[in-house]
Design a protein around this ligand. Structure first.
Ligand SMILES: NC(=O)c1ccc[n+]([C@@H]2O[C@H](COP(=O)([O-])OP(=O)(O)OC[C@H]3O[C@@H](n4cnc5c(N)ncnc54)[C@H](O)[C@@H]3O)[C@@H](O)[C@H]2O)c1
Length: 306
C-alpha cells in the first residue's frame, strides 16, 4: 500500500460542509460519491456545486473543460452501499451528534471495503469517541475543513490507533487538495486552531447573552483589531446557529461544566428560525449583512483630520 493514494472519496452527509468538501475534492481531481438520507439535499448540493463552478470560472480559477471535468467527477447517491463502492476514504459529515456519528461510522465500517479510510468532519468530537464499534480503528482520524470552497486551511488530528500508513495517506490527500493542514498530533477535544475559535465564541456569546456588550460592537472590535471581513457573530451566522448550538452541547457533554452550555438567548434565535446565512437571518440579515458596510463598521464616519 506504500504507493497508494486517495483517488476516490465518499462524502456522507450533503449539508453546508459536505457539499463543499465534495466540491473541493472534485476540483482537485478526486472522484467523489455523495450520499445523504435526504434526496432534496442531494439536489441542492448539485445546485451549489454548479454555482461554485461558475464562480471559479468567472474568477479564472477553472477553464470550461476543467469545470466540466470537475462536475462530472461528483456523483450523487440515495444508496449508501453504492456511494461507498470502491472508495479509498469515507468522510462523514453528518450533524454534530455523537450517537448519530457512531451509528453512521458503524454503518460505513460494515459496508466499505476493509482498506477504506474513515474520517469525520466533526467540529469537536474526537474520532476515538466515535470509533467504539468500528473494526478499522487504525484507519480512522479527524479532519476539520474550514470553508473548503474558499479557505485553504484544514485541521487534522490523529487518535491513539491511527496507523502511520493512514497518516501518510491522509496527508497526501490534503496535499493533493492544496490545503494547509494544521496537525494535532494527539487527541484533544476540538483540535488546536478550532479550540482557539471556540474560546472566542464561548466568551463573545457570554458577553452578549448576559447583557455586557452588543454583538455588533463585539464584531466591530474584532474586525477593526484583527482586520477581518467579519467578527465572531458574523462567523457563527456563516457556520449556522444550530450547528454552533450542537458544538457547544458537545463541549458541555464532555466537561459537565454549566458555562459550556449554549446560552438561552442563542436557543431562542434558533427557535425563531434564525439559523444564520442558511435561513436568511441570524445575528444579521442576509444576503447583505450590515457588517459589510463601512458606515456600520465605523458607526460614525471617521473624522477628517487632513
Ligand atoms: N457548518 C460549518 O461551517 C462547519 C464547519 C466545520 C465543521 N462542521 C461539522 O461538520 C458536520 C456537518 O455540519 P454541517 O454544517 O454540514 O451540517 P448540516 O446540518 O448542514 O448537514 C448535515 C447533513 O447530514 C445529513 N444526514 C443526517 N443524518 C444522516 C445520515 N444518517 N446519513 C447521511 N446523511 C445524514 C443531513 O440530511 C444533512 O444534509 C458537523 O459535525 C459540524 O460540526 C461544520
Amino acid at each position: 500500500m506504500a504507493d497508494k493514494s486517495i483517488k476516490k472519496v465518499a462524502v456522507i452527509g450533503a449539508g453546508v460542509q459536505g457539499v463543499q468538501i465534495a466540491f473541493r475534492s472534485a476540483v482537485y481531481g478526486r472522484e467523489v460519491s455523495v450520499f445523504d438520507i435526504r434526496p432534496d439535499m442531494l439536489k441542492s448540493a448539485d445546485t451549489r456545486v454548479k454555482a461554485w463552478l461558475e464562480e471559479y470560472g468567472k474568477a479564472g480559477r477553472l477553464d470550461g473543460a476543467e469545470s466540466e471535468r470537475a462536475y462530472a467527477r461528483i456523483r450523487y447517491f440515495t444508496s449508501i452501499e453504492q456511494a461507498l463502492e470502491g472508495v479509498d476514504l469515507a468522510i462523514e459529515v453528518v450533524p454534530e451528534k455523537l450517537e448519530l456519528k457512531k451509528q453512521v461510522w458503524e454503518q460505513i465500517d460494515r459496508i466499505a471495503a476493509p482498506e477504506t479510510l474513515l474520517t469525520t468532519n466533526s467540529s469537536s468530537l474526537k474520532s476515538s469517541s466515535i470509533y467504539t464499534n468500528v473494526a478499522r480503528k487504525d484507519r480512522t482520524f479527524n479532519l476539520n475543513f474550514m470553508t473548503p470552497v474558499k479557505d485553504d486551511l484544514v485541521e487534522v488530528m490523529w487518535n491513539d490507533r491511527t496507523s502511520e500508513e493512514t497518516k501518510t495517506l491522509a496527508m497526501g490527500f490534503l496535499n493533493d487538495l492544496k490545503l494547509v493542514p494544521i496537525v494535532t498530533r494527539k487527541e484533544i477535544k476540538g483540535f488546536s486552531h478550532n479550540r482557539v475559535w471556540r474560546a472566542i465564541k464561548k466568551e463573545t456569546l457570554k458577553l452578549w447573552s448576559q447583557g455586557y456588550c452588543d454583538y455588533e460592537d463585539l464584531d466591530r472590535a474584532f474586525m477593526l483589531e484583527f482586520s477581518t471581513a467579519f467578527g465572531p457573530f458574523g462567523l457563527m451566522d456563516i457556520v449556522g446557529l444550530d450547528v454552533i448550538r450542537d458544538i457547544e452541547i458537545s463541549y458541555f457533554n464532555e466537561s459537565g461544566d454549566p458555562t459550556d452550555q449554549p446560552p438561552r438567548a442563542l436557543i431562542e434565535l434558533i427557535e425563531a428560525g434564525k439559523l444564520g446565512v442558511k435561513s436568511g437571518q441570524g445575528f444579521y440579515k442576509y444576503p447583505d449583512p450590515a457588517y459589510r458596510s463601512r458606515d456600520w463598521l465605523y458607526k460614525v464616519p471617521p473624522a477628517d483630520i487632513g
